[in-house]
Design a protein. Structure first.
Length: 257
């Protein structure tokens, strides 16, 4: 298990930037520069056949003040959440509203969802989200429900939010790999996160309550846009730093084989 903040002890900022550039360059050697975007509608889109850049800019997303939006927010607030201590030991569950209000330590999943060309599926979160609404999110996932495992949560979240599913358990096992568990906290949340790698080239069907759109980006573009000050979820920024370090370690292991 990683404490996400331990990265500061491994690399100084200058070295971290160099590390990121090396890993991003290695992961994007065969990539084109096209940015792909998917919008949340009832239709499904394939990552191999993206919609045009002019696709439906006037779509209606879930309105926070609509009756439908209010019902969704109330339902989410009442959801029972797995609460843990600072050692990730399970405590008595409570609802999401209390967890947020008291900044209780909980569990969540984070999926690095990418296609076979190593473009990452970056969500634009809906305005209904209780954490970082309307921010970019490069690791789809969600809070672990009471009694739910990390693995089940990861599978459920990517299917609910993006329509990502697999025909068989063997296909899922080949496409979904566990990476690492880590602790993260900031002024808004305290969380034991679980990171997963997911390779997917099929169609998307976005959940309008959760996701406004999905943008396909290379690792380098994600990191550059983080650094440029765009609204990305802060826990994901730290997580991508961790993935960069993890990727570099894997690269070194491969080179030493």
């Amino acid at each position: 298990m990683w404490d996400i903040h331990c990265l500061q002890h491994f690399l100084d900022p200058g070295c971290m930037r160099l590390t990121r550039q090396l890993v991003a360059a290695a992961s994007t050697v065969f990539l084109s520069t096209q940015v792909l975007v998917f919008r949340a509608t009832s239709a499904s889109f394939s990552s191999s056949s993206p919609p045009s850049s002019s696709f439906s800019p006037s779509l209606k997303f879930m309105d926070v003040n609509s009756e439908e939006g209010k019902k969704y927010l109330q339902k989410a607030a009442e959801e029972l959440i797995e609460i843990v201590d600072e050692n990730n030991k399970v405590l008595t569950p409570t609802n999401r509203a209390e967890m947020r209000a008291k900044r209780l330590v909980h569990r969540a999943t984070y999926a690095f969802v990418r296609n076979s060309n190593n473009y990452f599926y970056v969500q634009k979160r809906s305005a209904l989200k209780d954490y970082c609404p309307s921010f970019y999110d490069p690791t789809p996932g969600g809070v672990v429900g009471a009694g739910e495992s990390y693995e089940d949560t990861n599978r459920r979240e990517i299917e609910e939010e993006m329509g990502i599913s697999f025909e068989s358990s063997s296909d899922a096992a080949a496409a979904i790999k566990h990476m690492f568990t880590f602790y993260y906290e900031d002024k808004r949340i305290r969380c034991w996160g679980d990171a997963w790698d997911v390779v997917y080239d099929g169609p998307l069907k976005l959940q309008a309550e959760e996701v406004d759109s999905v943008h396909m980006m290379s690792m380098q573009e994600i990191l550059d846009r983080f650094d440029a000050g765009e609204d990305f979820t802060p826990d994901r920024y730290e997580l991508f730093q961790a993935k960069t370090l993890n990727s570099l370690m894997c690269l070194f292991d491969f080179m030493l084989m």
